[in-house]
Design a protein around this ligand. Structure first.
Ligand code: ARG
Length: 636
């Protein structure tokens, strides 16, 4: 198909203006940015690469498509609003752009609809599931693909075996799954890593608990539940023991026996025996671990999430922890405190920052490692194993201090380059997460509960319900979509209230299109329109797109044009809400066009053109949903 903008842009060597992150072949907005940057450059004698990065996309399209904030160009001697108005007047007639308008001292650009539709729709229909992805973003060297792709390790979910898969793990799972998809769509080589909490004194305690309360049958039937029950019981005994010690000691009595023979000490010894590779201790622990992983895998499968590796704290080699410890020692960072080895940050980092970083314990006085020590060792092991260009830890904001200490130690030991490749992607808390029957313990309980709720909602419409082929599976997917979308509704760091009623409602109050069922409904609706239209997907390729003239059609095309730019932008802040917000605009625009843009009953040529539009919209809705981790439903 003849694409005049592309032909014109082909003549531009994209590298020549020295513009980084400019991908006109996959991102239509970038093509317009080049066009505008070149034109303004001719009017102003500024270099295109100075103008280009300032051209921002409007999220609300009633304002325009792109804007140029003239004050941001920092031009001396001339007032920005005067310059803006002069450039608007002088802007030459263009086949692609209307003459810019002014908004204060901003220049506002509107794309001409026909060439835009011509550029965007055939490209979506040709690339389909690949549309919006940009494999170039992940290249090590953009000019030389043979140098390979960049690799990212996304460490996420990371629950603690035998303990609650709590809200934090659910968020880490959802956000991490999304980030992995996002990087994959951007051409990176992604390693999905689950770093299980599976090591430490608490697993010594759990083994003791199993001796007291364990039941092999119950363990096989529902390992996570049974281990959790045991964990609760043994911890309550431990609490009693601690209270008793305190009572004795405040009364001036001797608590030595409890201190040296009590549960706490037994757990410590048991863990020590695990560290020393005691075969019995290790085999019990292994069993707990494997059964827990099996159970997690079922939940991950429902969530559409897979891992390349189930690693864990237990995998971290003593030798790697030792070698980090040697580095700390060599730099004079370690000191002794009651037989333990610690780093006091305030001694090595000045001022407020040093105080905020507090103290990190590197080794306990019995020589065993801690959560922190294992993270230090794991970092170097992963660097050696994966040779990553980037690694992100998806973990609760509450762990901020832990990661800040970790990152600071990398700086203090001169590992600045490694430090520059790692980051903590954090998130706030989920408040009030409980099933309708009570407090949530496990992820599958939440998913089951939300799925059941969705099933109830679906049953309310008996006529529709009767048409659904797999009601249970549909309810399950809708339930999961509700949970995921609710989680992504705000910025990551925000806490939110877990609200089953609001997240599962199809309509009414509670977040408008920011709801899983709404997105699913929108996708299914466009699918059913297309299957009823009787136009073959292949026929849409020859559609006469000039027939798409209604404002509703034009709005959808302009929104579709934005999608690759949205993905590119999301890579910067790593906020799922960026994509969700976009999806809500797009689904809203598509849903509002059905009354005007009829397909069935229209003239054959018009029918084809509109089917092409809806087909492209369906592709983009589906692609965006999949990146978020949703499974788009074709029927509801
Ligand atoms: N297992 C930890 C927890 O449940 C989360 C692990 C986060 N990742 C890490 N490398 N420390 O709190």
């Amino acid at each position: 198909m003849d694409d005049p903008l592309a032909t014109r842009l082909q003549k531009l060597d994209i590298d020549e203006p020295g513009i980084p992150e400019c991908f006109p072949s996959t991102n239509p907005l970038d093509a317009y940015r080049i066009e505008i940057a070149n034109t303004i450059s001719q009017l102003s004698h500024l270099q295109p690469h100075v103008i280009y990065p300032l051209l921002k996309r409007y999220s609300s399209l009633d304002k325009g498509d792109l804007s140029l904030p003239v004050p941001a160009l920092n031009i001396k001697d001339e007032q920005p609003h005067i310059l803006a108005s002069r450039w608007a007047d002088q802007f030459p007639e263009s086949p692609f752009l209307f003459r810019p308008t002014l908004s204060g001292s901003f220049l506002v650009f509107h794309f001409k609809p026909k060439p835009l539709a011509l550029r965007v729709l055939p490209s979506v229909l040709k690339n389909r599931t690949g549309w919006g992805s940009n494999p170039l973003l992940g290249l090590k060297d953009i000019k030389d693909a043979s140098k390979g792709r960049k690799r990212i390790v996304v460490e996420f979910s990371s629950p603690n075996i035998a303990m609650r898969f709590h809200q934090g793990h659910l968020r880490s799972t959802i956000i991490g799954g999304f980030l992995a998809n996002l990087y994959e769509a951007s051409g990176w080589d992604v390693v999905r890593l689950n770093y299980l909490g599976d090591w430490g004194k608490q697993y010594g305690l759990l083994a003791l608990g199993y001796k007291l309360f364990g039941d092999d049958k119950a363990l096989e039937d529902d390992p996570t539940q049974h281990l959790y029950d045991i964990y609760v019981k043994i911890n309550s005994l431990l609490d009693q023991e601690r209270a008793e010690i305190e009572r004795l000691e405040t009364e001036g009595k001797d608590a030595t026996k409890l201190r040296t023979e009590g549960l706490d000490e037994q757990a410590r010894k048991y863990f020590k025996s695990m560290c020393d590779d005691d075969p019995d201790a290790i085999s019990t622990w292994k069993r707990f671990r494997e059964l827990s992983i099996q159970k997690y895998k079922e939940a991950y499968k429902r969530l559409n999430i897979h891992f390349d590796e189930f690693a864990g704290e237990s995998f971290v080699q003593e030798s790697s922890m030792k070698s980090v410890q040697d580095q700390l020692e060599a730099r004079g960072l370690l000191e002794e405190s009651d037989g333990a080895s610690i780093v006091k940050f305030s001694k090595h980092v000045s001022g407020k920052e040093g105080r905020a970083l507090k103290t990190a314990v590197i080794r306990k006085n019995d020589g065993t490692s801690l959560y922190f020590t294992r993270d230090l060792g794991a970092l170097f092991e992963r660097d050696a194993r994966y040779k990553f260009d980037r690694m992100i830890y998806v973990a609760a904001a509450k762990q901020g201090l832990h990661f800040n200490q970790l990152f600071k130690l990398m700086e203090l030991t001169g590992n600045n380059e490694l430090r520059s490749r790692i980051s903590h992607v954090d998130f706030g808390m989920v408040l009030g997460m409980s099933t309708r029957k009570g407090t949530v313990v496990f992820l599958d309980d939440v998913l089951k509960d939300v799925g059941e709720k969705m099933h109830e909602v679906m049953r309310k419409n008996a006529a529709k319900y009767a048409l659904i082929k797999y009601p249970e599976r549909t309810a399950d997917i809708l339930g999961i979509s509700s949970v995921i979308v609710q989680d992504m509704k705000g910025k990551r760091v925000k806490n939110y209230l877990f609200n089953i009623e609001a997240m599962t409602s199809f309509e009414g109050k509670g977040g408008g299109p920011y709801r899983g069922p709404y997105l699913q409904y929108s996708h299914a609706r466009v699918c059913s329109l297309l299957s009823n239209a009787g136009v073959l997907a292949s026929e849409t390729e020859s559609a006469n797109l000039d027939l798409l003239v209604e404002p509703q059609a034009i709005l959808v095309v302009r929104l579709l044009a934005q999608y690759p730019d949205i993905i590119q932008k999301t890579l910067k802040k790593l906020e799922p809400v960026t994509i969700l917000e976009y999806l809500s605009h797009l689904t809203h625009a598509v849903n509002s066009s059905y009354d005007v843009l009829h397909v069935a009953g229209s003239e054959p040529e018009l029918k084809k053109a509109r089917a092409a539009l809806y087909e492209a919209a369906k592709c983009v809705i589906s692609n965006a949903m999949k990146i978020l981790g949703l499974t788009p439903l074709e029927r509801l």
